[in-house]
Design a protein around this ligand. Sequence first.
Ligand SMILES: *[C@@H]1O[C@H](CO)[C@@H](O)[C@H](O)[C@H]1NC(C)=O
Ligand SMILES: *[C@@H]1O[C@H](CO)[C@@H](O)[C@H](O)[C@H]1NC(C)=O
Ligand SMILES: *[C@@H]1O[C@H](CO)[C@@H](O)[C@H](O)[C@H]1NC(C)=O
Ligand SMILES: *[C@@H]1O[C@H](CO)[C@@H](O)[C@H](O)[C@H]1NC(C)=O
Length: 662
Amino acid sequence: MSGWRCLICVSLFLTILLELTHQGPPGPPSSSTKLLMTSYSMRSTVVSRYAHTLVTSVLFNPHAEAHEAIFDLDLPRLAFISNFTMTINNKVYIAEIKEKHQAKKIYEEAHQQGKTAAHVGIRDRESEKFRISTSLAAGTEVTFSLAYEELLQRHQGQYQLVVSLRPGQLVTRLSIEVTVSERTGIGYVHVPPLRTSRLRTNTHTSEAGPPPATRIEKGETCVRVTFCPTLKDQAAFSSSGIMADFVVQYDVIMEDIIGDVQIYDGHFIHYFAPRGLPPVEKNVVFVIDVSGSMFGTKMKQTKKAMNVILGDLRANDYFNIISFSDTVSVWKTGGSIQATIQNVHSAKDYLSHMEADGWTDINTALLAAASVLNHSNQEPGRGSSVGRIPLIIFLTDGEPTAGVTTPSVILSNVRQALDNRVALFSLAFGDDADFPLLRRLSLENRGAARRIYEDTDAALQLQGLYEEISMPLLADVRLDYLGGLVGASPWALFPNYFGGSELVVAGLVQPGEQELGIHLAARGPKGQLLVARHSEVATNSSQKAFGCPGEPAPNVAHFIRRLWAYVTIGELLEARFRARDTTTRHLLAAKVLNLSLEYNFVTPLTSLVMVQPKEASEKARRQTSTTAGPGTIMPSSTSRHGLGAGTARPTWCPRSLLNQGL
Ligand SMILES: *[C@@H]1O[C@H](CO)[C@@H](O)[C@H](O)[C@H]1NC(C)=O
Ligand SMILES: *[C@@H]1O[C@H](CO)[C@@H](O)[C@H](O)[C@H]1NC(C)=O
Ligand SMILES: *[C@@H]1O[C@H](CO)[C@@H](O)[C@H](O)[C@H]1NC(C)=O
Ligand SMILES: *[C@@H]1O[C@H](CO)[C@@H](O)[C@H](O)[C@H]1NC(C)=O
């Protein structure tokens, strides 16, 4: 490593960051030292829900002395960084993805040698913050380019792409360009006004229209949105420019109940999101923490959200409420009752009398919920509750402090009591909640865990998360893939499918395999079995391309391959989290590391490093190796115009496609 010099090291130690508690964002740089941002562009290309976003920022130092140039960006929570480059004096420096500890070592060595080095990563409520700074000589210019990738998730019947636009000043050339290509067709597209707060407003499609300077062009399988606010438009937002999220919402058309299967180059992706199914009735038990730490704002917010949630229950649903601290109170000890207007009214009354006090007995509370659900399912007089999907919504803001407090014992007790029949969704309210425990509890019991951030909109966050799971459509979804699959098991199991969401399966098919059969079996309303079959032919170059006319057809195979890696890494990370023995965990970690390095992703096991080779001759060496060698920077004579959204476009705003037949 000694022959290599670290110019700037970027390290995003995401595993560490994920354990960090919420911190505020860094303050803005003081205006006296501000550099001039001459251009800021963001370009997102979405193909089959998989989004690749490139952000390019150009800063000029007009001062007589060197100044710090800072590049700040909020990344979506589920995105992986896939490239970072910096161009100074026509030299392009490309950061490399390295195994995390190796990256840290390179960074520390450089630091010890007194080199300029900086890395900051701060976890925010809905995003990861990326920040890098470099010293910029007087009269020079730097171009930062960051690429990241993510799979857009379907919630409440729509996909949402959010790009964070926070240049921190007025910018002469500011542009956002979003292109969406979906082969089964795009049902609708909506661009709401710029979103200034991080409120979870995604649950309600706002009627208000897009910000000025937005152009939306929609074809059958393609949407193109551009946003190029002038200095005047930006100043109208605020004197220091735009500080907001630009949001594009859309949904795809999907007529086949089996969904959409795409097979390219030995990789397949299956999107399963049947429309128009009737909801399955549910039996939901709300388990609410009323320990001392909930006192005050949190309790108020919980009550506010619960009032709305109870009001939204369907008349045929059954429900019950359990509140717990060191003692546990069950509202209807005889089991869940039907959500009639009267019963909901009396539940709201019960809720209004809850008071926060005492310790936290998670174990007893969850066992009480299990017993209430067992009870409702067995009593003959309540026969109508059979066939309902049993759900527990468990909200807590703390760690177990009363009763059984050993996590492994709680886990095993709950697993046994819920018997793989009940879906447990956990909501960790605030930073003091034991999120790893909640996540494990939910993953082991057919559910998922989410965080509620302590903020003024906590009640809305809670409602939003509940809405995502409020309408179960199918249970025990089993998808079998018939035909030569490679590697992992040839089927996928999902405990539940909720209205407005989407299930995604990724896999590998044998080389040369021309066809993939899919078989679906799931339980619908009243426990009825739903079965369907479908067979899909592998796509090859002779088949019709989709996307925007007048644009080069999207390289779908490339997107599907990367999407496969993205989904597979996510699954391996989850399997690693769930694994109980260290050998399995190590093996899974090794697989994640291999894939992350191969696909150039910053995942919890990798970091970005930027190193400069001592001699240019090293350049050739790097170019012949495909995976990580010991560090690189590739100085090349590419000008800054060779990077980013401006490429091959005469004006800074991306051109219209209208005259291309869109
Ligand atoms: C990163 O971006 C640079 C500049 O555009 C490009 O030359 C390089 O191939 C990219 N690296 C990867 C792994 O995509
Ligand atoms: C609920 O029923 C299941 C299966 O009948 C049983 O294994 C479990 O112990 C019961 N749980 C409680 C809390 O009664
Ligand atoms: C490409 O797809 C078409 C239509 O599905 C099929 O007829 C043809 O044999 C395929 N060609 C190759 C080389 O796989
Ligand atoms: C990871 O890659 C290395 C080198 O290519 C290989 O030897 C190893 O078996 C791979 N590990 C896993 C778990 O795939």
